[in-house]
Design a protein around this ligand. Structure first.
Ligand SMILES: NC(=O)c1ccc[n+]([C@@H]2O[C@H](COP(=O)([O-])OP(=O)(O)OC[C@H]3O[C@@H](n4cnc5c(N)ncnc54)[C@H](OP(=O)(O)O)[C@@H]3O)[C@@H](O)[C@H]2O)c1
Length: 333
């Protein structure tokens, strides 16, 4: 579906963006791939590797509606990956996070509609489900904006959906590079926030494939949630450094003990498919009248039970210490 098409990726220089673009160039022959982000150095470095003739690099800020409108001219598909995503930084600088994650989402929507973009997929996080920190709250607002945008697209027919997933193994600023650094520096113990803590766990490759699949599946208005494993944080520490003891340092402000992807209150809107859940929009659209139980690929979903929750602690699928160690070895190779 991306052959001969123009694709715009906000946050294209980030962990997700680079991997997504690599896959796009390997699997398709796009007409144009637009990377949109602020830092010229990250773009310069990316250009050294990603230099196919279809690549375009646009400096810009998602807070700047006019710049986005220019950059999206002639674009068919948009992936919105730009975000501020560090929980402590968002707690300390709430208005900055709101400007990027919420006002930025509004600007992406307006630019996509004005330019007649066909489909937009916005990346979200498990922290947006029943959020307790500012980052998660801004991503929930962003999710709501993208779902509701299907109602304001009017004749343009632009369709918007959301992909929500959990911690990406090894992504920038996450616990894996933090532990790796401590281990490389010869740490004698690893800090653990809480021994009971669990997290959803997804590889970047899986996240990228899931976003590509979501473009093909979407009617517009869905929140797509992949079925992914959980990890216990103690198992992660053991999988990365079997010999090191752990030191409890306590849960940080804005952190949950366990993460959530589908809250109980969304169960009545949720459909289970073979490899994912789809949370249907709770608002009615004037322009989309479809049965979300059958997606655009013809895949069939069925309603989950009323007491369904998709939580990292009750998830039946956990990675073992051995599987974490294997995954870590593969990712660091
Ligand atoms: N990593 C995870 O564990 C994880 C888990 C679940 C969901 N997600 C979601 O996945 C998405 C991508 O995450 P990632 O891991 O790829 O993040 P990342 O590596 O931190 O990349 C963020 C990207 O956004 C750009 N950016 C930040 N602020 C911007 C702004 N105001 N205007 C334009 N570009 C801006 C950054 O470049 P500049 O700084 O140069 O602008 C960078 O290209 C985010 O929406 C995040 O919430 C991530």
């Amino acid at each position: 579906m991306f052959n001969g098409k123009s694709i715009f990726i906000s946050g294209g220089t980030g962990s997700f963006g680079r991997n997504f673009i690599r896959r796009l160039l390997e699997q398709y022959q796009p007409k144009r791939v637009v990377v949109f982000s602020r830092d010229e150095l990250k773009q310069y470095e990316m250009q050294q590797t990603f230099n196919a003739p279809c690549m375009r690099y646009f400096l810009g800020d998602v807070r700047d509606a006019e710049r986005l409108r220019q950059a999206m001219r002639g674009i068919d598909y948009v992936v919105h990956a730009a975000a501020l995503k560090q929980v402590p930084a968002a707690e300390y600088n709430p208005t900055e996070c709101i400007r990027t994650n919420v006002n930025g989402a509004e600007n992406i929507i307006a630019a996509a509609i004005d330019n007649g973009v066909k489909k937009v997929v916005a990346l979200s996080t498990d922290k947006a489900a029943s959020p307790i920190n500012l980052y998660g709250a801004t991503k929930l607002l962003s999710d709501k904006l993208f779902v509701a945008a299907n109602n304001i697209a009017g004749d343009q027919n632009t369709r918007f959906s959301v992909v929500r997933y959990g911690n990406v193994a090894g992504s920038r600023g996450s616990v894996v590079p933090f532990f790796s650094k401590l281990i490389a520096e010869g740490a004698t113990e690893l800090p653990i926030t809480d021994e009971r803590m669990t997290r959803f766990w997804i590889t970047l490759d899986h996240g990228v494939q899931f976003v590509l699949d979501s473009f093909a599946r979407m009617h517009g208005g869905e929140v797509f949630v992949p079925k992914i494993p959980s990890i216990r944080i103690v198992d992660l520490a053991q999988g990365m450094a079997e010999h090191l003891p752990h030191r409890n340092v306590g849960i940080r402000p804005g952190e949950k003990l366990h993460e959530l992807m589908v809250p109980l209150d969304d169960a009545r809107m949720t459909l289970e498919f073979a490899d994912h859940y789809t949370i249907q929009p709770s608002i009615r659209f004037t322009s989309i009248d479809v049965d979300f139980a059958v997606d655009k690929l013809g895949e069939q979903g069925r309603p989950v039970s009323e007491d369904f929750e998709y939580r990292s602690d009750t998830n039946p699928h956990y990675l073992s210490v051995g599987q974490i160690a294997d995954l870590h070895a593969k990712l660091s190779a």
